[in-house]
Design a protein around this ligand. Structure first.
Ligand code: GCW
Length: 686
C-alpha cells in the first residue's frame, strides 16, 4: 500500500524506457568542481541528487571532483572561482538564494550546471532538477534563472511540548511528546527535506501560545535538544525560530515583572539570547504573541507593542536575530451587546500609530485578513499601512476554518487573491505581493509565513490532498506569479504520477474546492457560523452572543455587519482609496464581501442578479451537488490510483459530503425560518 509518506518526493522508478535512457546519459556523473563536501548544505544537495536519481533511474551517479564523462551534472556555488563561473556566463540579478539550471554544450562534452550564489541556492537547484526529472521534462536545453520573491519563507508550528498540536488535524507533533523534544526522529529530517524542496528557509517549531513547559525551550534544560533539530534544519538551509513567552522573566526568570523598560528584564532577555546563540549559532529569532487572547504582554505595564518588541530586538541584535511580533491583537472579552467595538478594526487601531517606533530587526507579522483565516475575508488594512515598519504576511495552511483536512479546500487561489490585492498605499501597483517583498516600502526584513498543517500522521497532513496546500504554499512564496493551476499540476504529477485522467480529476477538483467550500458554509464574506471552539461544522449562532467579536447580526429582515463610515463601525475607512470608498459603498462592494461590510435585507439584490436569500439557498444546494459530483469523479479513478490512497480519499470525501449536507440543511432552514422567504425553486428546506 501507499501511505503517502513520501509526499511529492516519491521519485518513483521511471517507466518510459526512452526517457530513462536519455536521463541515464546525463546523470551517471555528478561533478562538484569545488570539491566533494564532507558536510554542509552542498553535501545535502549532492546527496539529494544522488538519492533521487538512483530512485528514479536505477543507477547511482558517481560523485566526483573532476569530470570524466561526455555528459554529466555539475553542482556548484557560483563565484567560487571554479571553471563553472566562466562556463555559466554572466548571471544577472541572482539573489543569495537564487540559482541557475543551465545545459552547456561544448565541443567535446555537455553538462547541466545546477549552481547557486550560495550553497542554499545549489540545494534549491538540485531539488528543481529533481522536480524536472520527476515530471519527465526535457533537460537537454535548460536555461533557467530562479530567485525567490521573498527573503523570509517561513512555517510556524503550533506544536505544544506535550505532543499536542493546536489546530492540528494530522495527528500529533513530530517535534515533541510527553514534555520532551524528539531529537532522534527521522521524521524531522524527512520534514526538513520536504520543506527545503519547496524553498522554505525558516521554521518556528513551537506554538505561539507558549505555556509553562515550552517557556523552558530557551533554557539549558531544553536547548541541547532544540540544537539537534536546528542542526538537521541547518543541513537543509532552514533556520530554526522559537516562540517565546513574553512573561518569561516572571515564569522562569525569578523576576516579579515583565516590564519591557525594566533594566533587569532587559538584562534577562540579553542573557537568554546569548545562551540560545551559544547552542544554536544560526538561530533565526523569536516569534511572539503578546497581549493577544489572554497571553501576557507589555500592556500590563502601561507599555506598548513597540516597547515590548524592541526589548527583544535589542537582545537578539548582536547575533543577527529577528523578532517576529504578531499583530493578532483584539479584545477577546467583548460584550456582544456592544455594537461600537469591531474586532476587524483592532490590529490597525493598535499598530498603525506605532509606525516608525520599531527596531530594524523587528517584523510585524500580520494575518491575511482582519479577523481570523475565514473562508473569505478582505485583506488586512494594516498590510502596507506602516511605511517605516517591517511587515510580513501570515497565512494558515492548517485548514482551521476551511474544512480541517477532512474537507478538501485548496487554498492557493485564496492566497493568490490576497497577494494580488492592490492596497494603493503608494498608488496603483502597491499590491500585497510587492509589499511583502519589501518593494513598496523599503523593508530591511520581509516575507511570508504560514501556520503548518502537518503532524505525525503517516501522510503528514491527514487528508492526502491536503499535502497540496503545503507544497503549494512553498512554491507560491518562491514565485507568486505561478498560477494555481500550474501549482496544482506540478503537485499532482509528482504525487500521483503522470496518468492524464488522474491528473485531470485531481487538478480540477483542487481548483474548484475553495469555492465549493465557500458555497456550503458562511455566505458573502460574513464568516464564522462554525461550532465554537472546534470550528468544524455549522453552528450559525454559536458565536453570536459570545465574547469573541464575531457576529453576523441576522434577524428576520436581514444579515451582515455594518462596517461603513456613516452608519457602522467605520472599518472601511482603514483602507486607502479607492478601496475605502468601494467597500463603503453598497453598490460598489463586491458580492463576495458584501456581508462583511454591510447589513442588508434578505431581498437585497446582488450584482449576480440574485437576492441575498436566494443566493444563500442556491449556493448551499450547489455546494452539496458539487461534492457529490467530485465523489463520482474520484470513484472513476479506482485502479488508476493505488488502493490505499484511493480508499482514503474516497472515505474523506464521504465525510465531506456529510458535512456539506449538514451545512446546507441547517443554513437553509435557519434562513428560511428567519426570513420567511421561500426558495424560488421549491427545494427541500426543513
Ligand atoms: O483564531 C485563533 C485560533 C487559535 C490560535 C490563534 C492565534 C494559536 O483559533 O488556536 O492560537 O488564532 O493565531 O494566535
Amino acid at each position: 500500500g501507499d501511505n503517502g509518506y513520501a509526499a511529492w518526493l516519491r521519485y518513483d522508478q521511471m517507466t518510459d524506457e526512452k526517457l530513462t535512457d536519455e536521463y541515464k546519459g546525463w546523470t551517471g556523473e555528478l561533478v562538484l568542481p569545488s570539491g566533494v563536501p564532507v558536510e554542509g548544505v552542498l553535501k545535502t544537495a549532492a546527496q539529494e541528487l544522488s538519492r533521487g536519481i538512483r530512485s528514479m533511474i536505477g543507477t547511482t551517479p558517481t560523485v566526483t571532483h573532476e569530470a570524466s564523462q561526455q555528459r554529466f551534472i555539475v553542482l556548484d556555488v557560483l563565484g567560487g572561482g571554479t571553471w563553472v563561473d566562466q562556463a555559466s556566463g554572466i548571471v544577472p540579478a541572482l539573489s543569495d538564494e537564487g540559482y541557475i539550471l543551465k545545459t552547456i554544450h561544448e565541443a567535446d562534452r555537455e553538462y547541466i550546471v545546477a549552481a547557486g550564489r550560495t550553497e542554499k541556492g545549489a540545494l534549491y537547484a538540485a531539488f528543481h532538477l529533481l522536480r524536472l526529472l520527476q515530471s519527465g521534462a526535457a533537460i537537454g536545453q535548460l536555461n533557467l534563472i530562479e530567485s525567490p520573491k521573498y527573503s523570509l519563507r517561513m512555517i510556524n508550528h503550533w506544536d505544544n511540548i506535550d505532543g499536542s498540536v493546536e489546530r492540528g488535524y494530522s495527528g500529533r507533533s513530530i517535534f515533541y511528546e510527553g514534555n520532551k523534544v524528539l531529537t532522534g526522529s527521522d521524521r524531522i529530517r524527512d520534514y526538513a527535506r520536504l520543506m527545503a524542496s519547496v524553498g522554505i528557509n525558516g521554521i518556528a517549531i513551537n506554538n505561539v501560545n507558549v505555556h509553562r513547559e515550552e517557556t523552558f525551550l530557551i533554557t539549558e534544560k531544553l536547548l541541547p535538544d532544540v540544537a539537534r533539530i536546528a542542526e538537521v534544519f541547518g543541513e537543509y538551509g532552514i533556520k530554526l525560530f522559537l516562540s517565546v513567552n513574553y512573561a518569561g522573566t516572571i515564569e522562569i526568570g525569578g523576576l516579579t515583572t515583565a516590564d519591557p523598560l525594566d533594566p533587569n528584564v532587559r538584562a534577562w532577555w540579553k542573557e537568554k539570547a546569548a545562551e540560545v546563540y551559544r547552542y544554536i549559532p544560526d538561530f533565526g529569532g523569536f516569534l511572539v504573541k503578546a497581549d493577544s487572547e489572554n497571553r501576557p504582554g507589555p500592556f500590563t505595564y502601561g507599555r506598548d507593542h513597540a516597547d515590548g518588541a524592541n526589548m527583544l530586538a535589542e537582545a537578539l541584535e548582536p547575533y543577527g536575530g529577528i523578532v517576529l511580533w504578531r499583530c493578532f491583537v483584539y479584545n477577546c472579552h467583548q460584550d456582544w451587546r456592544d455594537r461600537s467595538t469591531d474586532r476587524a478594526r483592532a490590529a490597525y487601531d493598535h499598530f498603525k500609530p506605532l509606525d516608525g517606533r520599531f527596531e530594524d530587526n523587528v517584523i510585524l507579522q500580520i494575518k491575511n485578513g482582519p479577523m481570523d483565516f475565514q473562508v473569505r475575508e478582505p485583506v488586512s488594512p494594516l498590510f502596507g499601512a506602516m511605511e517605516h515598519t517591517n511587515q510580513m504576511m501570515e497565512f494558515q495552511i492548517a485548514q482551521e476554518y476551511t474544512g480541517q483536512q477532512k474537507d478538501v479546500c485548496f487554498l492557493i487561489p485564496q492566497w493568490k487573491e490576497v497577494l494580488n490585492f492592490d492596497t494603493y498605499v503608494k498608488g496603483a501597483g502597491s499590491t500585497v505581493k510587492e509589499i511583502a517583498a519589501g518593494r513598496v516600502h523599503a523593508y530591511t526584513h520581509s516575507g511570508i509565513t504560514a501556520v503548518s498543517n502537518i503532524g505525525n500522521d503517516e501522510n503528514w497532513t491527514g487528508h492526502h490532498l491536503a499535502q497540496a496546500n503545503l507544497y503549494g504554499y512553498g512554491r507560491l512564496i518562491w514565485n507568486p506569479e505561478l498560477t494555481s493551476e500550474e501549482i496544482a499540476k506540478e503537485w499532482a504529477a509528482q504525487t500521483f504520477g503522470g496518468n492524464e485522467k488522474v491528473q485531470d480529476v485531481i487538478v480540477n477538483f483542487l481548483l474548484e474546492s475553495w469555492s465549493i467550500y465557500e458555497n456550503y458554509t458562511a455566505p458573502l464574506g460574513v464568516g464564522w457560523m462554525v461550532t465554537p471552539h472546534y470550528h468544524y461544522g455549522p453552528d450559525i449562532d454559536g458565536y453570536e452572543y459570545s465574547k469573541w467579536g464575531t457576529y453576523h447580526f441576522a434577524d428576520h429582515k436581514g444579515i451582515g455587519v455594518d462596517r461603513t463610515v456613516a452608519t457602522g463601525t467605520g472599518y472601511s475607512s482603514q483602507y486607502t482609496q479607492p478601496n475605502a470608498e468601494i467597500y463603503d459603498s453598497l453598490e460598489a462592494c463586491p458580492d463576495e464581501l458584501l456581508l462583511f461590510f454591510h447589513h442588508v435585507p434578505y431581498t437585497h439584490q446582488l450584482k449576480s442578479g440574485k437576492t441575498v436569500i436566494q443566493h444563500i439557498y442556491d449556493t448551499h444546494f450547489a455546494g452539496v451537488e458539487q461534492v457529490e459530483y467530485w465523489i463520482s469523479r474520484w470513484l472513476e479513478l479506482e485502479g488508476l490510483v493505488d488502493e490505499e490512497r484511493f480508499r482514503h480519499v474516497a472515505g474523506r470525501m464521504n465525510r465531506q459530503l456529510e458535512n456539506a449536507k449538514q451545512w446546507r440543511d441547517i443554513m437553509n432552514t435557519y434562513f428560511f425560518r428567519k426570513s420567511g422567504i421561500p426558495d424560488a425553486h421549491n427545494r427541500v428546506i426543513y
